[in-house]
Design a binder for this molecule. Structure first.
Ligand code: CA
Length: 244
């Protein structure tokens, strides 16, 4: 870790917040996992209320996305129990309720949920609320910005610019560049990049890295600009200029 982190931050090794998704509908759970991972979050799952309490204790998530209607123990009961325990009293919780349960949403807030969203929801709206709540709780707020030469990444606004020119990066290229910016000059193998950027539990071919490096180069290096990504033969890649 090159970046100092406040001791209170519960963020994981790579600085990625963990979201525990408590949802008994398998299809929705899969969809949520996919979208949250694309945003760079680590995802833990629980399919009922009892499991949710266990996963919170084991995985120590930064935020819980909690469905109201759950087998074994309702979302509201899980919320109540989490609020009662000192270790999870301030754990950010977003309740997910059905459209017909408006009164319940109010009750959820009364019982200590930080926010709620009603089903069916727009994925972007949910992701924005998750980011906002993580920022409020300090899991995303301390990020600030990263820079290398004329490249600047504003991590809170999710914006990247080179020499004042805004760059448009896909989610994977963004995370790849963020990882490089955290360790400028250091050479990473494809496997190390897969671990650091994609995560250990995701199975991706090493040559996929090459595809994203190519896209990142195309986005970062404008016409006539120096290539900031160095290919190190049989070793990997680094954020570094060829000239050095
Ligand atoms: Ca449910």
């Amino acid at each position: 870790m090159l970046q100092p982190m406040p001791s209170s931050a519960r963020t994981t090794e790579a600085g990625r917040p963990t979201v525990l998704v408590v949802e008994d509908e398998a299809a929705l759970l899969t969809l949520l996992r996919y979208n949250l991972e694309r945003q760079g979050f680590r995802v833990e799952e629980a399919a009922d209320g009892q499991e949710a309490l266990l996963r919170v204790a084991e995985a120590r998530p930064d935020l819980v996305l909690l469905d109201w209607m759950l087998p074994s123990l309702s979302g509201i009961e899980v919320c109540r129990q989490l609020r009662r325990r000192p270790a999870t009293r301030d754990l950010p919780i977003i309740m997910v309720t059905a459209r017909t349960e408006d009164q319940d949403a109010v009750r959820a807030l009364d019982l200590g949920a930080d926010d709620y969203i009603t089903k069916p929801f727009v994925m972007e709206a949910l992701l924005a609320r998750i980011r906002a709540l993580l920022r409020r709780s300090g899991s995303l707020a301390t990020k600030g910005s990263l820079a290398y030469r004329d490249l600047v990444m504003d991590q809170d606004a999710h914006r990247v610019a080179r020499g004042g020119r805004a760059l448009h990066l896909g989610p994977t290229e963004y995370r790849l560049l963020e990882f490089f910016l955290q360790h400028p000059g250091r050479v990473f193998s494809r496997e190390q990049l897969l671990d650091g950027v994609w995560g250990r539990d995701i199975h991706v071919e090493p040559r996929t890295v090459d595809v994203h490096i190519r896209r990142l180069r195309r986005a970062v290096n404008g016409p006539g600009e120096e290539d900031l990504i160095r290919t190190v033969r049989s070793a990997g890649y680094a954020l570094d200029s060829e000239a050095t």
